[in-house]
Design a protein around this ligand. Structure first.
Ligand SMILES: *[C@@H]1O[C@H](CO)[C@@H](O)[C@H](O)[C@H]1NC(C)=O
Ligand SMILES: *[C@@H]1O[C@H](CO)[C@@H](O)[C@H](O)[C@H]1NC(C)=O
Ligand SMILES: *[C@@H]1O[C@H](CO)[C@@H](O)[C@H](O)[C@H]1NC(C)=O
Ligand SMILES: *[C@@H]1O[C@H](CO)[C@@H](O)[C@H](O)[C@H]1NC(C)=O
Ligand SMILES: *[C@@H]1O[C@H](CO)[C@@H](O)[C@H](O)[C@H]1NC(C)=O
Length: 398
């Protein structure tokens, strides 16, 4: 045989092996929470289509991906099993403590798992069917909400807002009746563990967002301290995301975006116990402004994960949850789990002003946990930090 032919055969064989390895690897990482995020890009989408593997092949394989018995939760409703230990998306050797299996039913009710009929947002398309604004208040924030809402009404006279009531008094609910675009919903805590009613642990926020995501494909969470003074038009915002999805060089391929600099690092407000559930590595990266900046959870945009139905077909069976934003699924579990969103020794009040490379002795509950999950998925806050126009906030309660 001529050397050239030999080389040809050699490279042919090599690339076949590489392809097999690639497919196998892709399959193996299918429990990794970042996978759906990585698949958002059009190029990956085409790649998967071009492989032309049959759905059955994948479905069959997937069924046999074993979940560690110490991490497995089995649905009483469907008998499907779920992995309730978080794996660091960028380092699968880091596995968190298992969440209580009793919360699986809540995830099912919130349609965060096993809800194939939920419609999805395609982020590559700038059109949106329905956008909802969501907030939540108790009595002592009624004035804050009114101010916040005044700006929204000014910019979008017809925008519907769902306001979750945290035991809001009848007198305030009555006052809100005059606002035709505000729908007040009582936040029903009876479905959740008792500690969800500890408002100061902000568990309600994660759960309200999950409820909103169940009911609406596009959610803007804006808490009552938020002042969206000069909004970027939503069509422009959605357009920028759509453009990014088609651009390999664009690294903002998240489906959760935050807009406000919390002015300190993630590290400064990270209480250790959270890492038992959501382990991380390279902690130094969490300390600095270039990649580890904490972003405010007071203002967040979420889209139901925009994997097209074609791609989602790969994720039937136990991996149904991958079609939703897995970060969110984890965030919800954390809110339900006593010691996750309120790790031992966590406190709101800081010992010093939170800055960068020194722990300030305080914890930001929902904000610390959402930021850690986002960071673990992207390892750089710039990937989920966007400009939504001019925003400010008040710190006073009224
Ligand atoms: C997966 O497991 C089922 C039942 O244990 C078995 O029938 C099936 O052949 C397995 N599939 C693969 C691809 O190993
Ligand atoms: C993954 O985490 C382990 C444990 O912290 C660490 O030893 C390893 O270097 C990490 N791997 C990568 C690729 O960062
Ligand atoms: C799990 O949650 C249930 C009900 O909320 C509780 O009774 C049980 O003790 C919890 N289990 C663990 C290991 O915390
Ligand atoms: C809007 O909703 C309709 C009906 O549910 C659906 O057919 C259409 O694809 C949706 N469009 C977008 C941009 O999501
Ligand atoms: C966030 O705020 C801090 C403190 O004001 C500032 O030092 C930092 O440069 C800001 N980061 C970004 C990315 O704007």
């Amino acid at each position: 045989m001529k050397p050239r032919a030999k080389a040809l055969i050699f490279y042919g064989a090599l690339s076949t092996i590489m392809l097999v390895v690639l497919v196998f690897q892709s399959d193996k990482v299918s429990y990794s929470p970042t996978l759906p995020l990585n698949l958002f890009s059009a190029s990956n989408f085409e790649l998967w289509n071009r492989f032309g593997r049959t759905e059955e092949n994948f479905a069959e394989k997937r069924e046999n991906v074993s979940i560690d018995k110490n991490c497995e939760c089995i649905s009483k409703k469907t008998q499907k099993s779920y992995d309730f230990c978080y794996k660091n998306p960028k380092n699968s050797s880091l596995i968190g403590r298992r969440f209580n299996c009793s919360y699986l039913k809540i995830l099912e009710d919130l349609k965060l798992v096993d809800a194939p009929d939920q419609s999805l947002v395609n982020l590559a398309n700038p059109d949106r069917n329905e956008t909802i604004f969501v907030s939540a208040i108790s009595d002592n924030h009624f004035g804050n909400f009114k101010e916040m809402y005044k700006l929204i009404k000014q910019h979008w006279p017809n925008q519907k807002v769902i306001l979750y009531s945290l035991e809001l008094s009848a007198i305030y609910i009555k006052k809100l009746k005059t606002e035709r675009n505000v729908e007040v919903r009582e936040f029903d805590t009876s479905k959740y563990p008792k500690h969800v009613k500890n408002w100061a642990e902000y568990r309600f926020k994660a759960l309200i967002l999950a409820e909103a995501m169940r009911d609406f494909p596009n959610v803007w969470w804006t808490d009552s301290h938020n002042r969206w003074n000069q909004p970027k038009p939503l069509a422009q915002f959605y357009g920028e995301i759509a453009e990014c999805m088609g651009d390999i060089d664009c690294d903002k391929k998240s489906s959760i975006f935050m807009f406000v600099n919390a002015t300190h690092s993630n590290y400064a407000v990270l209480t250790d116990g959270l890492l038992d559930y959501f382990p991380t590595y390279g902690v130094n990266t969490l300390k600095y402004n270039d990649k580890g900046l904490q972003l405010s959870a007071a203002f967040v945009y979420l889209a139901r994960t925009p994997l097209t139905l074609d791609i989602l077909k790969w994720y039937v069976g136990q991996t149904q949850n991958l079609k939703k934003n897995l970060d969110y699924f984890r965030h919800t579990l954390c809110a339900l789990e006593e010691r996750c969103m309120n790790p031992p020794s966590a406190k709101l009040k800081c010992d010093r002003v939170p800055q960068w490379d020194r722990y300030a002795g305080c914890f930001r509950y929902d904000q610390s946990s959402l930021n850690l999950l986002m960071f673990n998925s992207f390892r750089d806050h710039n990937h989920y930090f966007m400009d939504a126009g001019e925003v400010s906030r008040t710190y006073s309660h009224y």
